[in-house]
Ligand binder design. Structure first.
Ligand SMILES: NC(=O)c1ccc[n+]([C@@H]2O[C@H](COP(=O)([O-])OP(=O)(O)OC[C@H]3O[C@@H](n4cnc5c(N)ncnc54)[C@H](O)[C@@H]3O)[C@@H](O)[C@H]2O)c1
Length: 132
């Protein structure tokens, strides 16, 4: 299969992220499947390889810059510069507003907002270099 571009899908091991990763791969995009849950990311990468696509499983927490820097570097080394970023990973604790704790609020903001900022800032130089 000819590789058109390289994509990074965060939270790619399950749910919507998994579906996006599989669809991109079927369209000839090489995919970095990044997730907190490494085994599940590896299962999605194996599934992609099973139909002739290109993928690499990456473990990382989008809220932790060190793990994301490592994962993105591994993706660049393995498949090439990243042209497509799917900021899919996120969490939501479905609790009544009045019952939400400070810790739940903080973790949601850390993952959903700061995590998205961290991943975008880490990946963007490839797109700038490519004038993409
Ligand atoms: N399903 C819905 O109805 C719905 C509605 C609105 C928004 N969303 C958002 O869409 C996205 C995907 O939803 P889903 O239902 O497929 O979720 P899901 O919980 O099924 O899957 C999310 C994946 O992201 C991973 N993940 C969570 N935190 C992470 C982190 N810090 N770093 C790396 N990976 C992490 C999880 O391990 C999991 O594999 C989420 O951001 C969610 O908040 C979903």
């Amino acid at each position: 299969m000819r590789i058109a571009h390289v994509a990074l899908v965060t939270g790619g091991a399950a749910g919507i992220g998994r579906a996006i990763a599989l669809r991109l791969a079927r369209d000839g995009i090489a995919v970095g499947v990044l997730d907190l849950v490494e085994d599940a990311a590896a299962a999605v990468a194996d599934e992609i390889a099973g139909f002739g696509g290109a993928a690499v499983a990456l473990s990382g927490d989008i809220a932790r810059r060190d793990t994301i820097a490592q994962a993105v570097e591994r993706l660049r080394e393995t498949l090439g510069p990243i042209a497509i970023l799917v900021n899919n990973a996120g969490i939501s604790d479905y609790v009544p507003f009045m019952d939400m704790t400070d810790a739940q609020w903080d973790r949601m903001m850390e993952v959903n907002l700061k995590g998205t900022f961290i991943v975008t800032q880490t990946v963007l130089p490839d797109m700038i270099d490519a004038r993409w």
